[in-house]
Design a protein around this ligand. Structure first.
Ligand code: ZN
Length: 497
């Protein structure tokens, strides 16, 4: 049987390597590729995608899977077989012609979305959204689902979770969260955020962001930071992890918290088991768990008072003109200001999940056919009013703000909110395991938390599905309670409640 498993793993590694090559090409096109390289790059990416698809959907892989499913496997082998079965079935069920049609529709939709957003005109984008929804419904029907089509789409990003589970989680979150936002915004005490918009020289930002990434343990022998329009993290393997960020000289948060966020993703990638590189046992579990790592370092650690007790003096030295005379309390309040806003990517920790709930409820209704495309702008604005108390003045700042729908990624947004919930639940478990964790952070010692995450989450790769991992690491199923405890415990004192 080990001979069969070896053949299986060799094929799986080839697929992993092709994906990794595509990621490197993608990284390059977002960072250094000259504009005219676009067509050659598109051909290169199409070839690597076709080669990976051919192997993933091959009857050879199917036969190996069937043989291995009949045999005794150790836990790592079993996890690899389970996850590759899922990917193989998806690849077999969706015909290449449909994949090609989706890629084509996406290219046109992305272009139309850009123009529609520019002109703030939803009708320009509407026919493309309609087309993508039709194609994605077909994908869901081919893959199959338990209760609704949205299940099949979400499975691509957060394997194993159902729409009903996510809906129940969001239903318990939306009321209390919206009420808490109202309380905070009505409070008399409001942090002054103008200090974050003073002059922060770019070179000082580059040095300080890099220092923050090093402080949390990002290994620059196995990674680097570059500049791109939209920040991201991509891992070619645990030894080569690339982060990107952007620098605004009139805004402190973008680079420093952006780098802490992406480096959080990066620590997960660097912490994966190199023995299992290119196979599920050496790859992250889900987008939600990935996001939990970035949000934990960005927010639960990086926007905490203990963290800045350790690093604020250094920060003041890095930006003497902007922050030299600003107290730690004023700085801590400013980086934690809460307020309803129109744009998700600028949202604070408390309102962020509300933005996700808006998208989830609309997407689910669109995929179900309960919400017609032409009614999306109005439905969007109504939900923004209901949950955040703000009304977008136009579609650019409303339903056209995110690129995801033009890429056909329905079922992706919930992973952002799940990431926040997982992060709070993991963080509570870390505090139970490391009783003096707060003091350690206060002293700038971040290795205890990082090593705990590495042992309990990173190195396990996809051995457990997200739901099982949460149960295993925290002793409980996924819950909204740790997150609600966290935001009340943190923000009530800042706002004097
Ligand atoms: Zn992220």
């Amino acid at each position: 049987m080990s001979d069969t498993y070896d053949k299986f793993i060799n094929l799986v590694c080839e697929i992993g390597q092709l994906d990794s090559i595509a990621q490197l090409l993608d990284w390059d096109s977002e960072t250094y590729m000259p504009g005219n390289g676009l067509h050659v790059r598109a051909d290169q990416l199409a070839l690597t995608a076709a080669m990976a698809h051919e192997r993933r959907s091959s009857s050879r892989l199917g036969d190996l899977l069937s043989q291995l499913e009949q045999s005794n496997l150790d836990p790592v082998q079993a996890a690899n077989v389970r996850e590759i079965r899922r990917l193989h079935d998806r690849a077999v069920k969706v015909p290449a012609e449909l994949v090609r049609r989706i890629a084509h529709a996406m290219t046109l939709a992305k272009d139309a979305w850009g123009k529609a957003r520019e002109a703030s005109s939803f009708p320009t984008f509407a026919p493309h959204l309609e087309e993508l929804l039709t194609l994605k419904r077909q994908v869901a029907d081919l893959i199959g689902y338990r209760t609704e089509r949205y299940d099949a789409l979400m499975d691509d990003f957060e394997p194993g979770i159902t729409t009903a589970e996510v809906a129940a989680i969001f239903a318990s979150l939306r009321g209390p969260l919206a009420a808490f936002v109202r309380q905070l915004t009505e409070s008399k005490r409001q942090p002054d955020t103008s200090i974050l918009h003073r002059h922060f020289p770019r070179e000082a930002q580059e040095r300080f962001s890099r220092r923050m990434a090093e402080a949390i343990g990002f290994n620059f022998n196995a990674g680097r930071i570059d500049v791109s329009k939209h920040p991201f993290c991509t891992g070619m393997g645990p030894g080569d992890v690339r982060l990107t960020t952007r620098y605004y000289e009139d805004f402190f948060n973008a680079s420093v918290f952006g780098v802490l966020h992406e480096a959080g993703h990066g620590l997960y990638e660097q912490g994966l088991d190199p023995k299992h590189v290119f196979t599920p046992a050496g790859q992250s579990v889900s987008l939600g768990v990935h996001e939990s790592q970035s949000r934990m370092w960005e927010n639960l650690v990086g926007r905490s008072r203990p963290f800045w007790e350790a690093f604020y003096p250094e920060c003041q030295k890095a930006f003497p003109q902007a922050l030299g005379s600003v107290s730690l309390d004023a700085f801590y309040g400013a980086i934690n200001r809460v307020g309803p806003s129109l744009i998700r990517v600028e949202a604070d920790e408390v309102t962020y999940n509300l933005h996700i709930i808006v998208r989830f409820e609309l997407e689910r209704a669109m995929i179900d056919g309960k919400l017609a495309v032409k009614e999306v702008p109005e439905a969007w604005n109504a939900k923004m009013r209901e949950l955040l108390g703000v009304t977008p003045p136009n579609d650019r700042e409303g339903c056209l703000q995110d690129i995801h729908w033009s890429m056909g990624t329905f079922g992706y947004f919930p992973t952002y909110a799940l990431g926040n919930l997982y992060a709070a639940q993991f963080f509570e478990a870390a505090h139970r395991a490391i009783p003096d964790l707060t003091d350690r952070i206060r002293r700038g010692e971040l290795s205890p938390l990082r090593e705990w995450l590495r042992t309990n989450i990173h190195v396990l790769g996809s051995r457990y599905r997200a739901g099982d991992l949460v149960q295993r690491v925290t002793g409980n199923p996924l819950s909204t309670e740790p997150f609600m405890r966290y935001i009340h415990g943190k923000f009530a004192p800042i706002y004097g409640l």
